[in-house]
Write a protein that binds this ligand. Structure first.
Ligand code: SAM
Length: 281
């Protein structure tokens, strides 16, 4: 029988966030696939665990992926970890999970540290509906194109960003969404210097222009204000009435009844307008 792939989250800065289940799963796995084996060795040594490790990162998914799959098919249990946070969320792992799913190999995801969820929860912005955008493209043109596509997004948006690109990204965000849009910059979450700065995009550009940012960031940006629904006007109603009569041969009264209901217009006003424009029952 095939083994199981466990997706094992690891702390994003605070070792106290290791759960008993995370520790037990690492201890019981036949082997661990790690994004950076040096980082994972430190974690294992903190837990007094010695385990066979193999390297699985975004540059070797095509070679390491099939060999992990082979071992899973042979009945072994693999714990997949990344440097920090939940594997497969802007991290290697997505591809491996897809391969397992395609073959019917069991995948079990453990809940645990994840920068996205931690930042969203603390952001102070609406959390009911959000979109996770991960890292924006490196190339400026592609980055602008991605942001342009989000111009009318009304859900809260969550971005990952590296500190050396933060200033450029804040400028692009401010240009796309306007300087008044709210942003929560969630920095060094769960670490000693954890900080959540809630301001506007314009203020964020100013603040970090002078002081280069340090540490890891998640950017949580408020969505656009929903556009007011355009009221259908009487002219549109009249056009539809005429079209309905032509195409379906409806009487004026029936056509008006149907259009007024669909467009939520006053039936009497639409009827009078149709009559005064020459329509007859
Ligand atoms: N899979 C990970 C997760 O679920 O949290 C995310 C990995 S992604 C390669 C790394 C990005 O996560 C960083 O560039 C940063 O945007 C964010 N991040 C990770 N740890 C963080 C922390 N302690 N505070 C703020 N952001 C963090």
């Amino acid at each position: 029988m095939a083994g199981t792939l466990y997706l094992v989250p690891t702390p994003i800065g605070n070792l106290g966030d290791l759960s008993q289940r995370i520790v037990d799963t690492l201890a019981q796995a036949d082997f661990i696939a790690a994004e950076d084996t040096r980082v994972t060795l430190k974690l294992l040594s903190h837990l007094n665990l010695r385990k066979p490790l193999l390297s699985y990162h975004r540059h070797n998914t095509d070679t390491a992926g099939p060999s992990i799959l082979e071992r899973l098919r042979g009945g072994e249990t693999c714990a997949l970890v990344t440097d920090a946070g939940t594997p497969a969320i802007s991290d290697p792992g997505e591809d491996l999970v897809a391969r397992c799913a395609a073959e019917g190999i069991e995948v079990i995801a453990l809940p645990g540290p994840c920068a996205l969820v931690t930042a969203l929860a603390v952001s102070g912005l609406p959390t009911g509906r959000f979109t996770f955008e991960g890292f924006l493209p490196m190339n400026r043109k592609n980055r602008r194109a991605r942001l342009d596509a989000l111009r009318d997004e009304i859900r809260t948006m969550v971005f990952y960003e590296a500190p050396h690109k933060l200033n450029a990204t804040l400028r692009d965000l401010a240009e796309t969404f306007g300087p008044e849009r709210r942003i929560s910059l969630c920095r060094e979450l769960t670490k000693l210097h954890e900080e959540v700065v809630r301001l506007t995009l314009g203020e964020a550009v100013e603040r970090f222009r002078e002081t280069p940012p340090r540490g890891e960031f998640v950017l949580v940006v408020a969505g656009a204000a929903p556009k007011p629904r355009e009221e259908p006007d009487m002219d549109e109603g009249l056009e539809r009435v005429e079209r309905l009569r032509e195409e379906e041969g409806l009487s004026l009264r029936d056509a008006v009844r149907r259009v007024a209901k669909e467009l939520r217009l006053s039936r009497n006003a639409l009827y009078e307008l149709a009559v005064s424009s020459g329509s007859e029952d």
